[in-house]
Design a protein around this ligand. Structure first.
Ligand SMILES: [Zn+2]
Length: 132
C-alpha cells in the first residue's frame, strides 16, 4: 500500500516535471542568448593603438583600466558597469599613460566626454594655436 502510493507520487512528479520542461528550456535558451550577446560586446578585438590624441587639460587625470588583453578602454568611474564586468585585474593610472602605454580609448559609458582627446580636428586646432 505504502509502496504503491510512493510510486504514484513519483509518477505525478515525473508528469509535473514533463509539463514544466518546455517552459524551463525556453527560459534557459533566452538567458543563454543574452549572455552570449554581452560576451560579444565585451570580448571584441582591441582597436589599433590611438594615433591622434591630445591631453591638454587632462594630463593629470587618473583613470581606471581593466588588464584584460581584449579590453581597449579606460574609465573615469571606478564603478562603471563596463569596468565592473572586467574579469581581470584593474589599474589606476594617468590618462596619458593609459592611452600611450596601454593603447586605451575612452569608455562610451562613463567617459564619453573625453572622446575629444582622440578627435583629430581638435588635435590640429591645438597645434594651430601653439604656432601663434
Ligand atoms: Zn567606463
Amino acid at each position: 500500500m505504502f509502496k504503491k502510493t510512493l510510486a504514484g507520487m513519483f509518477g505525478l512528479l515525473i508528469s509535473l516535471a514533463a509539463c514544466q520542461s518546455p517552459d524551463n528550456a525556453q527560459t534557459e535558451q533566452t538567458e543563454t542568448q543574452e549572455t552570449t550577446a554581452v560576451a560579444d560586446t565585451t570580448q571584441r578585438t582591441p582597436r589599433p593603438k590611438p594615433e591622434n590624441y591630445s591631453f591638454k587639460g587632462v594630463e593629470k587625470k587618473r583613470v581606471y583600466i581593466c588588464m584584460d588583453p581584449t579590453d581597449d578602454l579606460f574609465h573615469q568611474k571606478h564603478d562603471c558597469p563596463v569596468l565592473v564586468s572586467c574579469a581581470s585585474t584593474f589599474r589606476n593610472l594617468t590618462l596619458p599613460r593609459a592611452v600611450e602605454a596601454f593603447d586605451r580609448y575612452n569608455c562610451e559609458t562613463c567617459s564619453a566626454d573625453l572622446a575629444y582627446v582622440f578627435d583629430e580636428s581638435a588635435v590640429r586646432m591645438e597645434t594651430g594655436l601653439g604656432d601663434k
